[in-house]
Design a protein around this ligand. Structure first.
Ligand code: ZN
Length: 150
């Protein structure tokens, strides 16, 4: 479990998250069939195994969203012992906090929407690659201070 005051932006995204800010629709907790799966890494960070886009959608509209703002049933908290962490990190390499990913995803979204404003294709591609690089290969750092169970 995480405290109600835990900010969703402090969760670690399980994928690159580059398209999060181009996601459409709004998040409706009542329409959720599968709960959002949160896994506690041995370092103490919480990674989103399933539901990264849903978390992204929530944060897109409310960056300050907290766990307690939503019905408890939409989250499932998985303890480190219940899964093979090595396998999890194989499928979700380099988890990074949403607070890191979101501004970059927003930037990428703006760049792609304004493609025509670039002088040439090379400049445009350079900018896209620069942002994508920041979103991809990067080792996992425990940026967010670990908040343990209350
Ligand atoms: Zn960590």
């Amino acid at each position: 479990m995480l405290p109600d005051s835990y900010r969703l932006s402090d969760l670690y995204c399980g994928h690159e998250g580059k398209y999060i800010c181009s996601l459409k629709n709004r998040f409706d907790p009542e329409l959720i069939n599968e709960p959002i799966q949160l896994f506690n890494l041995s370092c103490g960070c919480w990674i989103v195994l399933d539901g990264n886009n849903r978390i992204g959608l929530i944060l897109k509209h409310n960056e300050d969203a907290q766990i307690g703002d939503f019905p408890k049933k939409i989250f499932v908290f998985i303890k480190n012992e219940e899964f093979d962490e090595e396998e999890i990190l194989y499928w979700n390499p380099y988890p990074k906090p949403f607070s890191y990913i979101l501004p970059l995803s927003k930037e990428l979204n703006i760049v792609t929407r304004n493609k025509k404003k670039f002088k040439n294709k090379t400049d445009y591609q350079k900018e896209v690659n620069r942002i994508k690089k920041l979103l991809t290969k990067k080792t996992h750092n425990c940026i967010v201070p670990n908040k343990h169970e209350s």
